[in-house]
Ligand binder design. Structure first.
Ligand code: SAM
Ligand code: SF4
Length: 492
């Protein structure tokens, strides 16, 4: 257990979020200037960086993977836990040293940290020239121009309408097979621990026709999988009146064509049976049987649901303002099992040591894991965030060593359960989509099955983007291993 606690910052999302940033790829279309972007945090941020790259491209910038070559450096930041912010500050120190030799380089902080700290960031981090929140990216070229003229710029305006629906993202770090599509922005839930409603603003859904067009375009370009992204995809709702500003002034009888998440899933699934569809994140209070039946109806909608529980105890869930209790959550899991079967992948997010959590309540999270049998989880200990409801109302009273010990117990249990779940796949035939090379060997490729599990297969005769029928022959807690039975089988 001691080793586990020591390693905790490395193996949990806590540190993973902090160190696992992605940089831009080289894109040379002959533009005169270059931007370099580092993205931290959630998939939504990576997706936003692709919008930023597109906006900058329109304004004369190519991307570079070498910040030494860049005229403009952007850090697209995350505020979800304290450590994520600290990492960005450390990284800024690093760029400070570079800027000493290259004073004309513009440095921008984008995303959640920009939104949370606003112009305070300019005072605290002297090297920063522009600070831009998630809804103000269209203003980036102006702000960068101003910075080049020696004026620092801040735009952290939060919009009720901006969805960047008309912007075709520049695919950064693309494997050419899988891509993210943002279907909504912001969040109207007020989970008491969470900074997202303050940093990303009100929830708004993007025009479904622009989403389908983006999926179709990706498919035409050879992509085989799209992941529909939102903080709470199951509350996706769009209609000409329901959407945007008009929904605030909506009169009775105004709504015409309402598209909910189940409808949207169906529309995207119909782009092609050869385009896999995934989505994330599902809030347990919103996921409906209609969505589950839509997943069942289409073979190309992956049988995998990320359904963060956060805690297994009803009192803690109430303090977290999650608006469901243990019973409701278990009922939703039962519906998933009844409609989609045992093979449907379920994953979770868990927070250890939330304010006032007792040992018994922590045990409820462990028993929840035993009952649901998550295939995978992102596990964190509670990190108080300034301005959130929990920071205002509750004392962060669980000592760090207790939080870490409880988290270690959660991680240890998840590892056992993941192994158990993976063993159930042994001997089974599954279809995987090849999306990259195995980290361990160039002679092996990795793909994912419908339930989102990574499957490693010998590379011979296969290429990126192939659908492969495999037989699962071995497994570890994190990975399945397979033998190839058939390449690009015909789908019914
Ligand atoms: N919208 C998603 C949902 O409701 O499940 C989650 C989005 S949030 C970016 C990802 C995860 O970070 C959350 O599910 C939660 O487990 C974790 N998280 C958020 N705030 C946290 C905090 N203050 N301390 C620790 N973990 C936190
Ligand atoms: Fe944060 Fe809750 Fe919204 Fe998820 S649903 S982004 S945890 S407030």
């Amino acid at each position: 257990m001691d080793q586990l606690i020591k390693d905790i910052d490395i193996i949990t999302g806590e540190e993973a979020q902090a160190v696992d940033y992605k940089t831009t790829v080289e894109e040379n279309t002959g533009k005169s200037k270059k931007i370099y972007i580092e993205s931290y945090g959630c998939q939504m941020n990576f997706s936003d960086s692709e919008i930023v790259a597109s906006i900058m491209k329109e304004n004369g910038y190519d991307t570079t993977s070498d910040f030494q070559q860049a005229d403009v450096v952007f850090l697209n930041t995350c505020s979800i836990r304290e450590k994520a912010e600290q990492t960005v500050r450390n990284r800024l120190n690093h760029f400070n040293a570079v800027k000493k030799h290259k004073p004309e380089m513009t440095i921008g902080v984008l995303g959640c940290m920009a939104e949370r700290l606003k112009d305070k960031l300019l005072e605290e981090e002297k090297i920063v020239d522009v600070v831009v929140g998630p809804d103000a990216y269209r203003d980036l070229p102006n702000l960068v121009n101003a910075a080049e003229d020696g004026r620092k710029g801040v735009n952290t305006f939060l919009s009720r309408e901006e969805t960047y629906a008309d912007i075709a993202p520049v695919r950064l770090n693309s494997n050419g097979v899988t891509a993210f599509i943002s279907i909504m922005r912001g969040c109207d839930n007020m989970c008491s621990f969470c900074v997202v409603p303050f940093t990303r603003g009100r929830e708004r859904s993007r025009d479904p026709h622009s989403i389908v067009a983006e999926a179709q375009d990706l498919f035409n370009k050879g992509y085989k999988e799209v992941t529909l992204l939102g903080q709470n995809v199951d509350s996706y709702k769009w209609s000409p009146e329901e959407n945007n500003k008009a929904r605030l002034n909506k009169k009775e009888g105004d709504v015409t064509e309402v598209v909910n998440f189940a409808n949207l899933l169906e529309m995207v699934a119909q782009v092609s049976p050869l385009l896999r569809v995934r989505f994330s994140t599902s809030h347990p209070k919103d996921i409906t049987d209609e969505v589950l039946y839509t997943i069942k109806k289409y073979d190309n909608i992956c049988k995998y649901i990320h359904l963060p529980v956060q805690s297994g105890n009803s009192r803690v869930l109430e303090l977290m303002n999650r608006t469901y209790d243990r019973e409701w959550y278990l009922n939703r899991v039962q519906a998933i099992r009844e409609i989609l079967g045992e093979e449907c992948g379920i994953s979770s997010d868990m927070i250890a040591g939330f304010c006032t959590e007792t040992e018994e309540e922590h045990q409820d999270t462990l028993t929840m894991m035993d009952i649901v049998k998550y295939d995978f989880s992102y596990m964190f200990y509670y990190s108080e965030r300034p301005g959130t409801l929990a920071a205002k109302k509750y004392e962060d009273d669980i000592p760090l060593d207790v939080k870490k010990r409880r988290l270690a117990e959660i991680i240890s249990k998840q590892s056992q359960i993941s192994f158990e779940r993976n063993k159930l796949d042994l001997g089974k035939e599954q279809i995987i989509l090849i999306e990259g090379t195995s980290k361990k060997s160039q002679d092996e490729l990795k793909g994912r099955n419908s339930a989102n599990k990574v499957v490693i297969v010998p590379a011979a005769g296969l290429k990126m983007g192939d659908y492969v029928k495999v037989k699962i022959t071995d497994c570890s807690p994190a990975t399945l291993f397979g033998e190839v039975l058939e390449v690009n089988p015909t789908f019914a």
